[in-house]
Design a protein around this ligand. Structure first.
Ligand code: ZN
Length: 533
C-alpha cells in the first residue's frame, strides 16, 4: 500500500483542554501536527462509555447497529438484575481492521479499548482494556507476537486501583503504564517494517482525569478534602501526563519515520472528553418519589453479596421491590430501563403500557430540580429510538437522561434514608470519581492531502472510519452511518478522488460474547476498580 498511516488514540482527551495545553506550548509534537494539519472537536456518542464510543469509532456506525452500549450485555445473571460483562465479540459490525485486512492492508493494533479477544488481522493485534491477562491466549494475535519481547513481563494492560491508591503511587503507575505501552509500540514497529497502518491507543489521559480532575478545576467541591499543599502539588498532574504523552507521540513518530516510511499521514484522536462531576443525581430515589420504583424496607434488603466486590458501591439489586417497580436506573450514564414483563427477570410492565410509560417518565423527569438551589438540572430526556437506530436497538437502555453541566445521573441506591435526591460530590466515602466522561473528543489529522487552515465543528465519532478509508484511497461500505469529513481534505485530492461506496461488509458472527467463567471474576473486579460498576 502506498499510503502509510499512523493513528494514535488518547482516550478521554477533551478538545477544549487540549487546545489550552497546546496554546500554552506544553504539547510541541501535537502542536506541530495541528499547525500543519487539521484540529477540531469530535462529537462523541450519546451513551458516553468507552466501550460504546470506541465501537462507534471503529465501525463508523451508531450503537443501534453494532450493539455495544456498555461493558455489560442486556442478559441478566442468575435471574438477578445484574447484567453480564461482555467482550469485544459482542460488536456485531465489521471493524476498521477487518476492512483493511480484506483490502490487503498490513495493520497493527495496540490497546484499542474493548478489543479482547484479539482477532486475526492482516498484521497484528494487542488487545486492550479488560483483557484478562498478558498470558491469556487471546490477548494477542498472532499467538507468538510477544514471544521474543523481553520486556513483555513489564507490560501493563490497564491500571489497578483508583481513589484509594495513594496519589503519588497512582501517578507512578500511570507513568509506568505509559512507558511500557510506548516501548511495546516501538518494538512492534521495529519488528514489522512492512506495516501500512498502526493504530495504538493510550488510556492514561482518561484514567488520570477521573481522579485528578478536581485539582485542575478550581470550582470543584471535592477540593475541600485536599490540603493546600496537595492542591498545589497536583495542580498540573493532568498537564504533566499530557506532556509525557506528547513526548511519547514524538518518539513514535520518529520511529515510524525510521522503520516504516518518511511519507505518511498522522491522526490523533479521542473518543470523548471529560468534565467535572460536582453533583450526583440519585435517579432511583427520584423515580421512587414519582411512584415508578419502590425500595424495600431496610429490614428486607438482601445484599447483593455474591457480585459485589467494591463494598462502597450501593447497588439497587437486593433493595428494590421489583413487584412494585415500573422503571429503574442502572450505572453511571443516566440509563433508565422499564421493568418489562418477559424481558426483565421480575418484569411487571406489559408491552402495551410501554409507550405511555415512556411518555409519563419523560414528563416526570424533565422537571428535576436541584433540591438545594431549586434550579432545573435536566437538559433533555430521550427514548432510545430518538438516539439510536438499527437491528440491535433493543440492547440499548429504554431511556437516557442528560443533565446540565456539573451534574451526573447515577443508577444506584445511595443514602435512601435521606430525603434529598442530589449529593454534592465532596465526600471521600462516596466511590465516585471527580472527572467523568462527557463532551467532545478531538480529531487531529496531518498529511499531504490534508488542508492546513480549516476548522470543522461538524465531525462526529462515527465519521472516523469512513474518513480514514477515504484517506487511504479505499471505498466506504454503504451501511456506514458516518460520513467522510471532506472539508479537511485538499481540493486537489477531493477532485482526483471522488468518494466511492461499496456494498456492506459482514462481520464474522457467532463468536462467544461472554468471558469464560475463570475470567469473569477478574473482569468484574477490573470494571469495578475502573468505576464502571
Ligand atoms: Zn474513553
Amino acid at each position: 500500500m502506498e499510503e502509510k498511516l499512523l493513528i494514535i488514540g488518547w482516550d478521554g482527551a477533551p478538545s477544549k483542554l487540549i487546545k489550552t495545553f497546546v496554546d500554552r506550548g506544553g504539547l510541541p509534537n501535537l502542536e506541530e501536527i495541528i499547525r500543519n494539519g487539521y484540529f477540531g472537536p469530535l462529537e462523541t456518542v450519546p451513551y458516553v462509555m468507552s466501550s460504546c464510543a470506541w465501537s462507534t469509532m471503529v465501525t463508523g456506525k451508531n450503537a443501534g447497529k453494532h450493539g455495544v452500549f456498555d461493558f455489560y450485555s442486556n442478559k441478566f445473571e442468575d435471574n438477578s438484575y445484574f447484567r453480564k460483562p461482555i467482550n469485544a465479540n459482542a460488536r456485531e459490525e465489521i471493524e476498521l481492521w477487518n476492512i483493511l485486512s480484506e483490502h490487503g492492508v498490513r495493520i497493527g493494533i495496540v490497546n484499542v479499548p474493548f478489543t479482547y479477544p484479539a482477532v486475526k488481522v492482516n498484521g497484528f493485534m494487542v488487545a486492550g482494556m479488560l483483557s484478562p491477562s498478558i498470558d491469556d491466549r487471546n490477548f494477542v494475535y498472532p499467538n507468538d507476537l510477544l514471544n521474543d519481547y523481553e520486556e513483555a513481563k513489564n507490560y501493563i494492560i490497564d491500571l489497578e486501583g483508583g481513589k484509594d491508591t495513594p496519589k503519588d503511587q497512582f501517578i507512578e503507575n500511570i507513568n509506568a503504564m505509559l512507558e511500557a505501552r510506548t516501548n511495546l509500540i516501538l518494538y512492534l514497529l521495529e519488528k514489522n517494517k512492512d506495516l501500512d497502518v498502526l493504530f495504538a491507543v493510550f488510556t492514561a489521559p482518561d484514567r488520570v482525569s477521573h481522579y485528578f480532575w478536581h485539582f485542575c478545576d478550581k470550582t470543584h467541591p471535592y477540593r475541600k478534602n485536599e490540603s493546600e499543599e496537595d492542591l498545589q502539588k497536583y495542580e498540573d498532574t493532568i498537564l504533566k501526563i499530557y506532556e509525557k504523552l506528547d513526548e511519547k507521540l514524538g518518539d513514535i513518530i520518529k520511529k515510524f519515520e525510521h522503520e516504516i516510511s518518511k511519507d505518511f499521514s498522522i491522526v490523533v484522536v479521542s473518543d470523548h472528553g471529560i468534565s467535572s462531576l460536582k453533583k450526583i443525581l440519585h435517579l432511583n430515589k427520584y423515580l421512587e418519589k414519582k411512584g415508578h420504583l419502590k425500595f424495600k424496607q431496610k429490614e428486607e434488603w438482601k445484599e447483593f453479596q455474591k457480585n459485589v466486590l467494591n463494598k462502597k458501591v450501593s447497588y439497587i439489586f437486593g433493595k428494590v421491590d421489583w413487584s412494585k417497580t415500573k422503571a429503574y436506573a442502572i450505572g453511571k450514564r443516566g440509563a433508565i430501563y422499564i421493568n418489562l414483563r418477559g424481558r426483565e427477570p421480575k418484569g411487571i410492565v406489559n408491552e402495551g403500557e410501554y409507550e405511555n410509560l415512556i411518555e409519563k417518565l419523560k414528563k416526570d423527569l424533565k422537571g428535576i430540580k436541584d433540591s438545594e438551589t431549586s434550579e432545573v438540572i435536566v437538559e433533555k430526556v430521550r427514548s432510545r429510538d430518538e438516539l439510536f437506530f438499527g437491528r440491535n436497538i433493543q440492547k440499548a437502555p429504554d431511556m437516557l437522561i442528560f443533565l446540565k453541566n456539573g451534574y451526573f445521573p447515577f443508577g444506584y441506591a445511595f443514602e435512601l434514608d435521606k430525603p434529598n435526591w442530589i449529593s454534592v460530590n465532596d465526600r471521600v466515602d462516596l466511590p465516585f470519581v471527580t472527572g467523568i466522561e462527557s463532551g467532545d473528543g478531538i480529531l487531529c489529522v496531518k498529511g499531504k492531502n490534508i488542508k492546513t487552515d480549516v476548522t470543522s465543528e461538524n465531525s462526529r465519532i462515527r465519521d472516523f472510519t469512513p474518513t480514514l478509508l477515504y484517506l487511504l484511497g479505499l471505498p466506504i461500505p454503504r451501511d456506514m452511518d458516518g460520513r467522510v469529513v471532506k472539508e479537511i481534505f485538499r481540493e486537489s485530492y477531493l477532485q482526483e478522488n471522488p468518494v466511492i461506496y461499496e456494498p456492506s461488509r459482514e462481520q464474522p458472527r457467532g463468536r462467544k460474547q461472554e468471558f469464560s467463567k475463570g475470567n469473569m471474576r477478574k473482569i468484574k473486579e477490573r470494571l469495578e476498580k475502573l468505576g464502571y460498576f
